[in-house]
Design a binder for this molecule. Structure first.
Ligand code: COA
Length: 163
């Protein structure tokens, strides 16, 4: 039977750390949905549509990967689509507390047998967060090798428009 997973996040912007997890998950699942939360309470730099475009370009060569924008509870989307797994990345022990809370709250909300599966982040990317990337890019710092090149360009363009 075909197996499907969902990897949700704000992806503001998507980084090579996220991409590494998507690629590894894509080897285990037939379909992996990269679900972009507008997460407006985080005051995103990129609109949800800009993030959809950047994610689509980043995953275009990953078999079975597809990006969507979603609003509302992740568990509702999971229940509606009967995903087999929710993928999460763990960068450091500090992620663990929040992740276990979220996984257990979500588990209460799932109506099916969806499992949360954690991938250990590649050590090359364990210190990255989208906020840190934006901060460094805003000061024209070097983010090469931490984000795909088209994302780097989108950040440069954004900070030219919004100095
Ligand atoms: N590589 C690089 N960065 C990573 C990473 C990785 N492997 N894994 C996580 N990060 C970064 C993210 O970019 C993010 O950075 P930021 O805080 O600077 O934006 C940070 O680590 C936290 O990541 P995450 O916990 O995935 O937060 P998020 O904002 O990207 O996504 C949602 C959170 C969307 C998954 C979550 O809020 C959600 O499910 N929302 C829907 C509403 C809901 O169901 N709420 C109830 C949950 S129980």
């Amino acid at each position: 039977m075909k197996k499907s997973a969902i990897y949700a996040g704000s992806f503001d912007p998507i980084t090579n750390g996220h991409l590494d997890i998507i690629k590894r998950a894509a080897k285990l699942f037939d379909t992996i949905i990269v679900a972009i939360s507008p997460n407006n309470n985080k005051k995103p730099l990129f609109t949800a549509t800009e993030r959809l475009d950047m994610v689509n370009e980043a995953i275009h060569d990953i078999d079975g990967a597809k990006a969507i924008i979603f609003e509302g509870l992740l568990a509702d989307l999971v229940n509606k689509n009967k995903f087999d797994a929710v993928i999460r990345g763990l960068r450091a022990t500090t992620d663990f507390e929040f992740e276990i809370q979220m996984a257990q709250m979500n588990a209460r909300l799932y109506t099916g047998s969806t499992e949360t599966i954690f991938f250990m982040t590649d050590p090359r990317y364990s210190f990255i967060s989208s906020s840190l990337i934006k901060e460094v890019a805003s000061y024209k710092g070097n983010i090469n090798e931490l984000v795909p090149s088209h994302v780097e360009q989108m950040l440069i363009n954004k900070f030219i428009q919004q100095p």
